[in-house]
Unconditional design. Structure first.
Length: 181
């Protein structure tokens, strides 16, 4: 059990697959990140993210309250340390859903974690999903696709690669990776 880190390009379906993992595996614990990004319609403080302003984020980072943090497409994201450490002391599974730079920081500080990369069936399908979600304006989609190229090139750094073709199959694979000792 222990810590699993899930990464993958924006729009690949990380949030969708993690929601399916929660249904398959209700005991899973998923870290709630801090971010300077504004909430999307339907997002709630403390559920998808802790939404903080830049000053607050910088203070958290400076005070060592974040396990890792990174800038992604113009906003900051980071994993709060205290709740993750509390969870890890129980020995029960914990999941982080974070981008590549953060995953690299966790790899350096917690090398025993499992690193899983979620990848799309094709580049065209990734563009379709990111555009189809309808949550970002075109210029933000462009920045995320730029990052997606970088992230896809780093697939080999991960312990396992899961293709998100079918959501349920991808979720089942992630659960088996998380629970494999
Ligand atoms: N490094 C890091 N990345 C994070 C964290 N939380 C979320 N992310 C990543 O930030 C990126 C953007 O997240 P978000 O704005 O929610 O967009 P979405 O993943 O496309 O729905 C995604 O790759 C997330 O996995 C975090 O705590 N640390
Ligand atoms: N396996 C899949 N097949 C088709 N569409 C998917 C699949 N997984 C996710 N999607 C869709 O792709 C879009 C992006 O998914 P989301 O979970 O928000 O991605 P991420 O969290 O990686 O940015 C959403 O509209 C979602 O419904």
């Amino acid at each position: 059990m222990g810590l699993t880190v899930l990464s993958g390009p924006s729009g690949v379906g990380k949030g969708t697959v993690v929601a399916a993992v929660r249904r398959l595996f209700p005991d899973v614990w998923v870290s709630v990140s801090a971010t300077t990004r504004l909430p999307r319609p339907g997002e709630t403080e403390g559920v998808e993210y802790h939404f903080v302003d830049r000053d607050h984020f910088v203070r958290m980072a400076k005070d060592g309250e974040l396990v890792e943090h990174a800038e992604f497409a113009g906003n900051w994201y980071g994993t709060p340390r205290a709740p993750l450490e509390r969870r890890l002391t129980t020995g029960l599974p914990a999941l982080l859903e974070i981008e590549l730079q953060g995953a690299r920081q966790v790899r350096a500080s917690m090398p025993s974690a499992r690193f899983v990369f979620l990848t799309p069936p094709s580049w065209e399908e990734l563009v379709r999903r990111l555009t189809g979600r309808g949550t970002e304006p075109p210029e933000v989609i462009e920045r995320r696709l730029d990052r997606a190229r970088v992230e896809l090139a780093a697939e080999k750094e991960f312990d396992a690669v899961v293709v998100n073709d079918d959501v349920e199959a991808a979720a089942a694979r992630l659960v088996s990776l998380m629970t494999d000792s």
